[in-house]
Design a protein around this ligand. Structure first.
Ligand code: NAD
Ligand code: UDP
Length: 334
């Protein structure tokens, strides 16, 4: 059944890909974003991909009145909440900004949602809620000991949502714990385009490949992993976007609070990622090993069984497709 869905952070990286998937499934969607880390130029591109205009409201999630007005005027029945700040290092420098935006922002949004008796809410959480692995792969029962203000902002919002679901049995809430989203839409028209120097590895590799940056710095090769470099569970952003559609379908039949890992279940090292990219872009990525990045975990990856069982969702796209779609997007950008 088609629903009317508000996507906060909808002009951002993951929100825009999810908008495409949901629009193509026949949902009516409205994007809501303050454009602090994205641009409204993407609206024309989304129209080009989906063949229809997508309504957009420029606003902050902390502007409760504007959110309420938006929910009412578009007759919204579900919210997917992507909006937030996401740079781990910056969160250590500016914890209050992260708590104000991510926690206060979520509370403000939830207050607006309550005024309209909207029951369905999907939250962009993160594998960073787990912290240092006590065992691997991470399943959803692994203790949550987030190590940074960013990770703790996700953990706190998850807990707020859990308390809210206990207070109101009509609520239907999913916290989706993303592993490492990378890649781009198959059109090459939308993808990850960070402002300034990328924090994450995939856009950095793409910028080296295109010649915008000289070399990649590999943060450590002395971890207890297969080749000494860090291991992560990379997930294609289109698989991730489809996970939101599966989660919406799940919430149609399930009340309460639910957490799901969205990952592939397989870890790849930094060197494996570099080599996969080199193969897809038919180039050499110059890199230099430097010291470990403060706060990095050696290795983690998901157990995606719960999402497979309850959402009927698993990843379909492999590491090479993640690299080739990133490369197609990077070439179109330049
Ligand atoms: P993004 O920065 O591309 O998108 C977030 C969007 O939210 C941006 O368009 C930004 O302008 C908007 N925004 C920020 N604060 C806002 C506010 N107060 N009001 C309205 N809009 C606001 O990031 P993304 O990679 O698409 O991430 C989306 C969500 O997924 C975030 O919550 C992030 O923490 C989470 N997440 C991302 C990753 C990742 O590696 N990309 C991993 C795990 C979780
Ligand atoms: N990484 C790297 N060089 C970079 C950026 C990241 O070697 O310029 C490594 C990092 O140490 C980690 C992996 O790549 O092992 C993924 O890092 P990213 O920042 O993309 O994601 P996160 O560590 O936040 O999961």
């Amino acid at each position: 059944m088609a629903e009317r869905i508000l996507i906060t952070g909808g002009t951002g990286y993951i929100g825009s890909h999810t908008a495409v998937v949901l629009s193509q499934l026949g949902h009516d969607i409205v994007l809501y974003d303050n454009l602090s880390n994205s641009s409204d130029a993407i609206l024309d591109v989304l129209q080009e991909i989906t063949g229809k205009p997508i309504p957009f409201v420029k606003g902050d999630i902390r502007d409760t009145d504007l959110v309420i007005h938006t929910l009412k005027s578009h007759n919204i029945d579900a919210i997917i909440h992507f909006a937030g700040l996401k740079a781990v290092g910056e969160s250590v420098e500016k914890p209050l900004d992260y708590f104000a935006n991510n926690i206060q922002g979520a509370i403000s949004l939830l207050k607006a949602l309550q005024t309209q008796s909207i029951n369905t809410f999907i939250f962009s959480s993160s594998a960073t809620v787990y912290g240092e692995p006590q065992y691997l792969p991470f399943d959803e029962e692994h203790p949550t000991n987030a190590l940074t203000p960013y990770g703790r902002s996700k953990k706190h919002v998850e807990e707020i949502l859990k308390d809210l679901a206990s207070s109101n049995p009509a609520l239907r809430i999913s916290c989706l714990r993303y592993f490492n989203p990378v890649g781009a839409h198959e059109s090459g028209l939308i993808g990850e385009n960070p402002k300034g120097k990328p924090n994450n590895i995939m856009p950095f590799i793409a910028q080296v490949a295109i010649g915008d940056r000289e070399e990649l710095c590999v943060f450590g090769d002395d971890y207890p992993t297969s080749d000494g470099t860090g291991v992560r569970d990379y997930i294609h952003v289109m698989d991730l976007a489809e996970g939101h559609a599966s989660s919406l379908a799940f919430l149609e039949n399930n009340t309460g609070w639910h957490a799901f890992n969205l990952g592939s279940g397989t870890g790849f090292s930094v060197l494996e990622l570099i080599h996969a990219f080199e193969e897809e872009a038919n180039c050499t990525i110059p890199y230099r090993i430097i010291g470990r990045r403060a706060g990095d975990i050696a290795e983690y990856y998901s157990n995606p069984d719960k999402a497979a069982k309850l959402l009927g969702w698993k990843t379909k796209r492999n590491l090479n497709e993640m690299c080739s779609s990133t490369w197609q997007f990077q070439k179109k950008l330049n």
